[in-house]
Design a protein around this ligand. Structure first.
Ligand SMILES: Cc1cc2nc3c(=O)[nH]c(=O)nc-3n(C[C@H](O)[C@H](O)[C@H](O)COP(=O)(O)OP(=O)(O)OC[C@H]3O[C@@H](n4cnc5c(N)ncnc54)[C@H](O)[C@@H]3O)c2cc1C
Length: 502
């Protein structure tokens, strides 16, 4: 092993989106910082995390400055759409649908991460960060408040490096959290996922498709193909995300306590096709589709978190910090919050501020946010996300509240607010409790419907096409009020018989 004489202020493990973005922001804050990024892969492959939502799009456009790059090389996304199915729905036109009638008003994107991550890494290097690639961090020894030690393997040779701070952006490898015993699986929510990229998925917007399914015509005037299209069922949901150039990312997330992934010795892509065939829209969408060779994936036990997010000398960003659930695509929002907070914590140290207080706040905010995100949005969601009536209420409330209390304040107040992950502020408590309450009530009704065979009874023939979300308060309040009325109607007709789980 060789000892490298150079000492860095910051070494970033992993040069994909969270690592490169953190390095870029640190360089902007203080160009004199000596930063080294160590990236294992010589070239990025495609990865999941292909749909941004409003906060991650804000981060990419307004913070990282990628607007022109994104509009020229990726697809502009047109919101979220949900497709429901039951035994009376025979094709996509007969499936119930929830989504906007027009194009989206607040920017978001469908991204090929192999392309996007290369660009952000290129910009970090252009800003002055050094890059070791391909190179793998083999081990990291943390010394609180002192120099951190790393061993890196590159070209068959091991080198020892030192830095005052390590940013762990190693994704699901969770290098620091695993090595230090901080990583916790999240057994309350044992979801699994399978995904692949496909060629020749049917085009929702082509005249033939709409002619075959006239229900998809007027009054709809948007573009369905560039939405994140969700096909949903009891205990599972699937995404269809179009990528620039024609491929489509299709994947499924399943709660195995409620729905079963096919067993047996079969390629993942075949299992995915078999699983999805239970939904009336999938058969037609995938009829001519072929899986891109070598691009199918499977992962069990998706969620996990860390008991430590920062200490004096180390900070975790993106998936290296935690992962909860990809429903509603919050992964890159979390990445934006954790990268921005990592920069704030390191800059507190750099400017001689109260590092211990910054670290304490950092840990408290991310621990609170993770738990509250789970309880407000995901706890038992898989009991009802496949039911048109129930999901129609949750979707409007979840997204309108996200617009009102998360996305809009960030668009108005900028980077300063990106340090605070959702629900971490004390003032967010009432909204958290409201969301947790309606989520639990809808889940209770979902279970009652499932037990009595009424689950998904309106999953065919219904279409909720609305004007979409924007940042206009009266518009958002109108959406919230109408969703609350629908919820109240459900409570009066059936909710009173459905006990909330303990
Ligand atoms: C099924 C599923 C669907 C998802 N869908 C969405 C979505 O639609 N929208 C969304 O916003 N998010 C989504 N996510 C989450 C999203 O994928 C992640 O939040 C995001 O990719 C995390 O980026 P990252 O940079 O933290 O990690 P990664 O993209 O995993 O990058 C980690 C990098 O670290 C490098 N590395 C690892 N170990 C080492 C080492 N020892 N030495 C050097 N380098 C190393 C790797 O090579 C890699 O380049 C989804 C996640 C899942 C599981």
């Amino acid at each position: 092993m060789t000892m490298e004489a150079v000492e860095y202020d910051v070494i970033v493990i992993g040069g994909a989106l969270s690592g490169a973005a953190t390095a870029l922001l640190l360089k902007r804050e203080d160009p004199s910082l000596r930063i080294l990024i160590i990236e294992k892969d010589a070239v990025f492959k495609r990865r999941v995390g292909e749909a941004t939502v409003e906060v991650s799009a804000y981060f990419m456009c307004r913070v990282l400055g990628l607007t022109r790059f994104l509009t020229q090389t990726q697809l502009v996304k047109n919101g979220l759409r949900f497709w429901f199915s039951n035994e009376s729905a025979a094709n996509p036109g007969e499936c119930s649908e929830v989504g906007g009638r027009y194009l989206s008003t607040v920017p978001s994107f469908l991204v090929d991460r192999a392309v996007l991550d290369e660009e952000v890494l290129r910009r970090a290097v252009a800003a002055g960060a050094e890059l070791m690639r391909p190179a793998t961090v083999v081990s990291a020894q943390l010394h609180e408040g002192a120099q951190q030690m790393l061993v890196v393997r590159s070209d068959g040779k091991e080198t020892s490096l030192q830095a005052r701070w390590i940013v762990d952006a190693s994704g699901v490898k969770c290098l620091l959290a695993r090595a230090n015993g901080w990583r916790r699986s999240f057994e309350e929510h044992p979801t699994l996922s399978a995904w692949a990229r496909w060629k020749d998925v049917a085009d929702w917007d082509c005249p033939d498709f709409v002619r075959r399914h006239p229900q998809l015509g007027s009054p709809f005037v948007g573009i369905r193909g560039t939405a994140t299209n969700h096909l949903v069922g009891y205990g599972w949901w699937a995404w269809f995300i179009a990528l620039k150039g024609g491929d489509t990312s299709v994947g499924v997330v399943i709660d195995p306590r409620r729905a079963s992934w096919p067993e047996g010795d079969m390629p993942i892509g075949e299992k995915l096709r078999i699983f999805l065939s239970r939904h009336a829209a999938a058969a037609e969408l995938l009829e001519q589709a072929k899986i891109v060779d070598g691009d199918s994936h499977f992962r069990r036990n998706l969620p996990y978190h860390s008991s430590v997010y920062a200490r004096d000398g180390a900070v975790l960003t993106g998936d290296a910090a935690a992962f909860l659930d990809p429903f509603y695509s919050p992964g890159m929002d979390w990445l934006a919050f954790s990268a921005t907070a990592a920069v704030r914590t390191i800059m507190t140290w750099r400017s001689g501020g109260d590092t211990a207080a910054a670290i304490e706040k950092h840990n408290r905010d991310f621990q609170t946010s993770y738990r509250r995100m789970y309880e407000a949005l995901y706890e038992n969601k898989y009991d009802y996300l496949g039911d048109y009536d129930l999901m129609c209420v949750a979707f409007r409330l979840d997204i309108a509240l996200y617009y009102l209390f998360v996305a809009r304040p960030i668009f108005r107040q900028g980077l300063a607010l990106l340090c605070f992950p959702p629900f971490s502020a004390r003032e967010a408590a009432p909204i958290f409790h409201l969301m947790k309450f309606y989520n639990r009530r809808l889940a209770a009704m979902g279970r009652a419907r499932h037990r009595s065979g009424r689950f998904g009874r309106n999953n065919n023939g219904r279409r909720h096409l609305f004007a979409g979300f924007n940042f206009h308060t009266p518009h958002l309040l109108k959406i919230i009020a109408s969703a609350m009325m629908s919820w109240l109607r459900l409570e009066l007709t059936e909710g009173w018989k459905a006990p909330t789980a303990k």
